[in-house]
Design a protein around this ligand. Structure first.
Ligand code: GDP
Ligand code: MG
Length: 455
């Protein structure tokens, strides 16, 4: 499989200090194949490979990485950027910042998932899922309406969906003109103080001018703050043409990629993003109405490359170990001060920030997870919590001077933490080990310690 192929290439690239045309060639071929297998459109693949080449050639291979790993890093970074990571963290947030009602217009081909996504979005918004600048903005009063007058069943379908998610549905009628429905909905939403109005629209099986004209007219009338292009991830290569047609016809604000629960590898995400230039905002993960997730560029990048979550594991560890704290500690060591249990407790906090242990383990490919077998079943986490409990039961003075810890103090601490005295002793042994590591750090520098801490 692809992960194996990539890692085989990575291995053959050992021991070179610089990325060159020659040593990146095999790897780039694998990446190219991976992207094509993931249904990324050919022109997009070409552009991407050219970009990675440009970024990587002549680069020094940093630190302990081998050239293959360094290249995986670059590929991942570029892929994440192309998926929208370069747009900034807020790009994938839904904008509702306007005079209410904030109108969301759904566009896309028939069967793409517009009606389903309308229901999912309505549920997500009415239940308080919306986030702006990293903060939840609370539950929204949402109204949905269907302007799909070509299939009477379409209006019924939206009503059923709205009932299911307990969101208000404004009845419309197949004999009405879509624009009249939109006008009435806007008026109703204003008068009844809805915060959000989601307008579901008709789609055709292929792109046609009449449909584009109609949705453009709806857009002019509704002046939506969000115009979401809904596209089926299973469409693969075709998604490019559809996306281009919609992007040309409408000022899109974002993309929803549906049916990512199937075996689609997500290549469409890259193509659609490339063609429209608009951020992907949501991913549809199920026919059910809770199957909607905000879009994560890195996650999708990994899925497309088929690298499992190895990259995210590495990155998560790097991100969460607070460099500032680590440096402070290093400075303290250099100045000759001792690494005491207060520092040890800080250190544990850092480890905890790396995420809960079982989810870290889940992200490892199977062979690594097996190797880490003794940590499975929440053991690592339990251990961490116990150690923390013990440290918390000590006084700051005891933590600063562990040699104070004679038998009676240990008994008090054990009782406070609800553990046996042996546990306290075990923790102190752990601390001794940590001190050993600190001494090494003084010799080997930060990088070594970070590696040790990252596992
Ligand atoms: P519309 O024609 O664009 O309104 O598309 P619909 O919302 O009616 O969806 C078409 C079909 O795709 C329906 O059977 C939906 O249940 C299904 N569907 C929509 N979104 C998803 C999704 O994210 N995952 C899966 N598995 N099915 C979906
Ligand atoms: Mg529909």
């Amino acid at each position: 499989n692809l992960t194996q192929r990539l890692s085989r290439v990575v291995k053959t690239m050992r021991g070179q200090a610089r990325l060159t045309e020659a040593n990146t060639q095999d790897m780039l071929r694998e990446v190219r194949m991976a992207l094509l297998e993931a249904d990324v459109a050919l022109p997009v693949v070409r552009d991407f490979i050219a970009r990675v080449k440009e970024r990587s050639l002549g680069q020094d291979v940093a630190g302990s990485l081998n050239p293959g790993q360094a290249l995986v890093g670059i590929v991942h970074k570029e892929l994440t950027a192309l998926m929208g990571g370069d747009l900034g963290a807020d790009a994938s947030e839904l904008s509702l910042a306007t005079q209410p009602p904030a109108v969301i217009l759904m566009a896309g081909l028939q069967g793409a998932g517009k009606t389903t996504t309308t229901g999912k979005l309505a549920k997500w918004l009415s239940e308080g899922g919306h986030v702006q600048n990293g903060k939840k903005t609370g539950k929204k009063k949402v109204l949905v309406v269907s302007a799909d007058v070509y299939r009477p069943a379409a209006i019924e379908q939206l009503k059923a969906v709205a009932d299911q998610v307990k969101v208000d549905f404004l009845p419309s009628d197949a004999s009405q003109k879509p624009e009249d429905i939109a006008r009435a909905a806007l008026d109703h939403a204003r008068r009844h103080h809805y915060e959000v109005l989601i307008v579901d629209t008709a789609g055709r099986l292929g792109i046609d001018e009449a449909m584009m004209r109609e949705i453009r007219a709806l857009h002019d009338l509704l002046k939506p703050i969000e115009t979401l292009f809904v596209v089926d991830a299973m469409q693969g290569q075709d998604a490019v043409n559809v996306a281009r047609a919609f992007a040309d016809a409408l000022p899109l604000t974002g993309v929803v990629l549906t049916k990512m629960d199937g075996d689609a590898r997500g290549g469409a995400a890259l193509s659609v993003r490339h063609v429209t230039g608009k951020p992907l905002k949501f991913v549809g993960l199920s026919e059910k109405l809770d199957g909607l997730e905000p879009f994560h560029p890195e996650r999708m990048a990994q899925r497309v490359l088929g690298m499992g979550d190895i990259v995210s594991l590495v990155e998560q560890a790097q991100k969460n170990i607070d460099m500032a704290d680590a440096e402070k500690l290093a400075a303290k060591m250099k100045s000759g001060n001792r690494f005491d249990l207060n520092d040890f407790r800080d250190q544990l906090q850092q480890v905890k920030k790396m995420g809960d242990m079982s989810s870290l383990l889940e992200k490892l490919p199977a062979q690594f997870a097996q190797a880490a077998g003794q940590l499975q079943g929440g053991q690592a986490e339990k251990q961490l919590r116990r150690t923390e409990g013990i440290l918390n039961s000590m006084t700051p003075a005891e933590r600063a001077k562990p040699e104070l810890l004679k038998a009676s103090r240990k008994r008090r601490i054990a009782a406070g933490a609800g553990v046996a005295v042996q546990e306290v002793n075990r923790m102190l042994a752990q601390y001794d080990q940590m001190q050993g590591m600190m001494k090494q750090m003084k010799k080997g520098g930060m990088a070594k310690m970070m590696r040790a801490m990252g596992g």
